[in-house]
Write a protein that binds this ligand. Structure first.
Ligand code: PLP
Length: 371
């Protein structure tokens, strides 16, 4: 991690403490409230739970600190993405999405924006620059793409998108602000599912939008308040707690992923490994240039669907589950979720288990299915 990320991580734990008055609790209190005492002139304080909430303020303060950009909290990653689409697009706009990114983003655009008159195109992440961006109002990248872990050059895409008069949105869910900084590379907006590593415990859904453009943030907040797409205070409290340990969990997960990806590559049962940190990987050079870490997702291909299922279900330290970024290592055969990958394709989300224990469990299960 860069020096900036390290200093951000160090300060994060003290943001609240620096403002405390004598006698106030050191940890964040949870404010479950739909209404607030509001006599007389109604400006400058909390009024109603759809407009604002002190627990949202606290989690947004941490997100704003991490992103180095004003950030708005949402009840899920998809709610954050929907806010960007519905607050910023209008009939007649054309948008470009990654063909190999999170599939629900494409479904949202196709099913709901299409009938409002927004045109949609898709393009593969690995060749995202090809074809240029003329005619688009909004371009959306997800890099590394999920689950194939292809990469596009955010700086080059941002330059070309801006030259074409469009705005660039980056879904930074897989990397978090500690692993990659799209706004610093030229993106106008970051969206992320804090359901994943930021919360980190598989017990809440959450999301956020971050941008350094004040007009964008105003439109996003207006959308949240008006549409009612608001996070629960309790989930905000959970994510606030998660963010306090994100750096240490993310560091462990990324370091373990580097070691395990290398060993998976050497295992005879594994036909293919995709991990941006592997020297031979198609994503490696660009990953070195634009990412601070290589992430904690490792994708592998085994010989068949059965082998892949047996590998996941037979591994004692692997949770069969969708999603990623939690303390427990999890894995899923992505073909069953509709991703265009072979039946034996498994996305492994490395967790926080001690790495040698984790590797022994992975190896034992691989040996068993292939032996
Ligand atoms: C999970 C995920 C989302 C959606 O987040 P939810 O909190 O499930 O709505 C969006 N983008 C990416 C890359 C994701 O992994």
């Amino acid at each position: 991690m860069s020096e900036n990320s390290q200093s951000r991580a160090a300060t994060l734990a003290h943001l609240r403490g620096r403002k405390l008055e004598r006698g106030e609790p050191v940890p964040l209190p949870l404010t479950m409230s739909a209404t607030f005492h509001a006599p007389g002139d109604s400006t400058g304080f909390h009024q109603y739970g759809r407009f604002s909430n002190p627990t949202w303020d606290a989690v947004e303060e941490l997100l704003t600190h991490l992103e180095d950009a004003p950030s708005v909290a949402f009840p899920s990653g998809m709610a954050a993405i929907a806010a960007v689409f519905f607050a910023l697009l209008k009939s007649g706009d054309r948008i470009l999405l990654p063909a190999d990114g999170y599939h629900t983003t494409r479904i949202l655009a196709d099913r709901f924006l299409g009938k409002l008159g927004v045109e949609l195109d898709v393009r593969s992440t690995a060749t995202f620059l090809d074809g240029g961006f003329a005619g688009y109002r909004l371009v959306f990248v997800e890099t590394p793409s999920n689950p194939t872990l292809d990469i596009c050059d955010i700086t080059a895409v941002a330059e070309a998108v801006h030259a074409a008069g469009a705005i660039l949105v980056a879904d930074n869910t897989t990397m978090t602000p500690y692993g990659q900084r799209p706004l610093d590379l030229g993106a106008d907006i970051v969206v992320a599912a804090d359901t994943k590593a930021p919360n980190g415990h598989s017990d809440a859904l959450f999301g956020h939008v971050a941008s350094r453009d004040a007009d964008i943030i105003t439109a996003i907040k207006d959308w949240r308040q008006t549409s009612g797409s608001i996070p629960s205070p309790f989930d905000a409290w959970l994510v606030h707690r998660g963010l306090e340990t994100l750096e240490v969990r993310f560091d462990r997960m990324c370091s373990s992923a580097e070691l395990i990806a290398r060993r998976l590559k050497a295992h005879p049962a594994v036909k293919l490994v995709r991990f941006p940190g592997l020297e031979g990987d198609a994503s490696h050079n660009l990953a070195r240039a634009q990412m601070e870490r290589f992430g904690f997702l490792v994708s592998i291909v085994l010989a068949s669907e059965d082998q892949a299922e047996d590998f996941i279900n037979g591994c004692t330290l692997m949770q069969a589950a969708t999603s990623f970024g939690s303390v427990h290592t999890s894995a899923e055969r992505r073909n069953k979720r509709g991703d265009a990958v072979p039946p034996g394709f498994v996305r492994i989300a490395i967790g926080c288990e001690p790495v040698e224990e984790l590797w022994m469990a992975i190896k034992a299960s691989l040996d068993k299915v292939s032996g």
